[in-house]
Design a protein around this ligand. Structure first.
Ligand SMILES: *Cc1c(COP(=O)(O)O)cnc(C)c1O
Length: 360
């Protein structure tokens, strides 16, 4: 079968950093081999650097970003606990559902899709919630929510942030913002294949955890033992060895480039993309000031079949872009520019291909 090579400019996965892809084919190591354990430890150190945190409880959860979401909720929220969830897109909705299944009393603080949450609304939604949960980068709409402002006003509550599409793309500062729990995924800005969910938990969150979470697999007390770093290392489940080696390599690339440089590269690509799309006469959904550089929502012009355009970009140019989601399926495209994909050359290629396909 022919090997297809795509420029992945959808909502995810993005193209992995080549070093991360190469690590996937490294010879297998046993999950308790000291050489692997050293890689695991260093992966957690690298995660702390990328999250900008000193949290000892920082680890890759085995599973995609949604496993990180489940792990965060199941360990912090038990039956009857009040959770305020900021909802202005698909992933805020998913947080509500995950919290509800854990028996939480969910209080929604909403903004329309395509608009940012107002931190004051989120903070005013309930007088004494246990947890306030917010999506930092809403991949369904391309909106950035102000996690720092929510955390600044949290009072006694714990702040839980979804950073799946923000980590290693735009600034995320767990300790500086005083966020208590956050999770991400490997396949968005982190620039690794899908399969792991980097998670970090503050000591404050740890002290208020659910004693016996409903999930055994995602019980951070048990998972933490396998990762080590805070006490003796014990077998819990078999580490996804190849994925962890790949994450280790991907984070190495990010840290070698430098976080500031990685953010600047994403910001510059986003700027070029937003400008270029508007020069083609296309309208962006999200107002300037709240747009994510790594995920751009573009309104489909009248009379254009959005799915045909996507198919042509894929067939003729090997570029993948995403469709809209939920109620906006046929009304927009979602263009990702994340991780290794976030290069000016890819932006130029997409803009030229789109101009050609649209006849502009
Ligand atoms: C992609 C994404 C998720 C879910 O991650 P999966 O890897 O698909 O499980 C959660 N939240 C946000 C904001 C995302 O973009």
């Amino acid at each position: 079968m022919a090997v297809l090579e795509r420029t992945l400019m959808g909502p995810g996965p993005s193209n992995p950093y080549p070093e991360a892809t190469a690590a996937l084919s490294a010879p297998m190591l046993g999950h308790l081999d000291p050489a692997f354990l050293a890689i695991l430890d260093e992966t957690c150190d690298r995660l702390r650097a990328v999250w900008q945190t000193g949290n000892p409880r920082t680890l890759p959860i085995s599973g995609t970003g949604s496993a990180g979401m489940e792990a965060a909720f199941v360990n912090l929220v038990g039956p009857g606990d009040v959770v305020v969830v900021g909802v202005n897109g698909l992933f805020g909705e998913r947080m509500c559902e995950v919290a509800r299944r854990g028996g939480a009393d969910v209080v929604r603080a909403e903004a329309p899709w395509g608009r940012p949450l107002d931190p004051a609304d989120v903070l005013a939604a309930h007088r004494a919630p246990k947890v306030i949960a917010v999506v930092h980068a809403e991949t369904s709409t391309g909106v950035e929510n102000d996690v720092a402002a929510v955390a600044a006003g949290k009072g006694d509550a714990l702040v839980l942030a979804d950073c799946v599409t923000s980590l290693a793309g735009i600034p995320v500062d767990i300790d500086g913002w005083d966020v208590d729990a956050a999770y991400s995924g490997t396949q968005k800005c982190v620039g690794v294949a899908p399969g792991l969910a980097p998670l970090t938990l503050s000591e404050r969150a740890w002290e208020r955890r659910v004693e016996r979470p409903q999930s055994w697999y995602l019980d951070l007390g048990l998972v933490g033992e396998y990762v080590g770093g805070h006490g003796a290392r014990k077998y819990h489940h078999t580490a996804p060895v190849s994925m962890i080696r790949s994450l280790h390599a991907g984070l190495g690339v990010v840290l070698e480039e430098g976080l500031e440089a990685v953010w600047a590269r994403h910001a510059e690509c986003g700027r070029q993309l937003h400008e270029g799309l508007q020069s083609l006469g296309l309208d962006l959904w999200v107002e300037a000031g709240h747009r994510l550089p790594e995920l751009t929502t573009v309104l489909v012009p009248d009379g254009v079949d959005p799915h045909k355009v996507r198919a042509q970009l894929l067939e003729r140019f090997s570029i993948e872009i995403g469709a809209g989601v939920g109620p906006h399926l046929d009304q927009m495209w979602r263009i990702g520019c994340m991780g290794h994909t976030a290069r000016p050359a890819n932006v130029a290629l997409l803009l030229a291909a789109l101009a050609e396909v649209l006849g502009r």
